[in-house]
Design a protein. Structure first.
Lengths: 66, 149
């Protein structure tokens, strides 16, 4: 699954650790999501969307091959 | 309220993270108690223990199992406090550790049955089981976490 987490985080000038603290997850989880090695759960996707005041589909996008 | 998720690296020796001794003891303390008591009962003074009264012998026999159950309870609570990525990796590692331990026990029992190697009497101890589970869990975690780095 593709996502715009890195761009959104950079726009807010947050580090991975800052974002991890805001979402109550570890920095490694944020890194794994940003590098698209891990697809977040639905509750975490909702938390991300709420934090950035966007819709889930504005942040996460299903890859055509998936 | 502290919402910081638990990290496996905090209780295992790691170059990147500070090793939290108190947390490590809280998670794995009962494992060490089970290993030490079982090891002493199994290897140290077995002949002496056989002379003790029945209640004491039952206590020595059962205590490592109870300690192992308490370890599993603490481990489950610790995993429950992890974030979703680490929980997924740890559960895979625990499953892999359980299968690996079962495989080792079965493999050596079969070899023993065939008269190839007389090792199953050594394997019939809680300290061997807990040590194998702990080691398999640690190494499985190191392997599984690479996928997400």
């Amino acid at each position: 699954m593709k996502n715009k987490l890195r761009e959104l985080r950079a726009a807010k000038d947050w580090s991975q650790s800052d974002l991890a603290d805001k979402l109550d997850v570890s920095r490694q989880t944020i890194n794994a999501i940003e590098t698209e090695r891990y697809d977040s759960s639905l509750p975490l996707a909702f938390k991300v969307a709420r934090l950035f005041k966007l819709k889930i589909e504005d942040i996460f996008e299903l890859d055509e091959n998936e | 309220m502290n919402n910081k998720p638990n990290l496996p690296e905090e209780v295992w020796a790691s170059r990147k993270y500070h090793w939290a001794t108190r947390l490590a003891w809280r998670v794995n303390g009962w494992m060490w108690v089970a290993i030490i008591i079982s090891m002493i009962a199994d290897m140290g003074i077995p002949e002496e223990i056989r002379k003790w009264n029945i209640a004491l012998r039952i206590a020595v026999a059962i205590f490592p199992f109870l300690a192992s159950l308490l370890w599993v309870r603490n481990l489950a609570r610790w995993i429950h406090g992890m974030d979703e990525l680490h929980r997924r990796i740890m559960l895979s590692a625990c499953l892999s550790a359980a299968v690996g331990t079962l495989f080792v026990f079965t493999f050596f029992h079969v070899l023993d049955k065939m008269g190839i190697c007389q090792i199953s009497s050594v394997l019939d101890a809680v300290w061997v089981m807990d040590s194998l589970l702990g080691c398999f869990c640690f190494y499985s975690y190191q392997i599984f976490r690479r996928r997400y780095e």
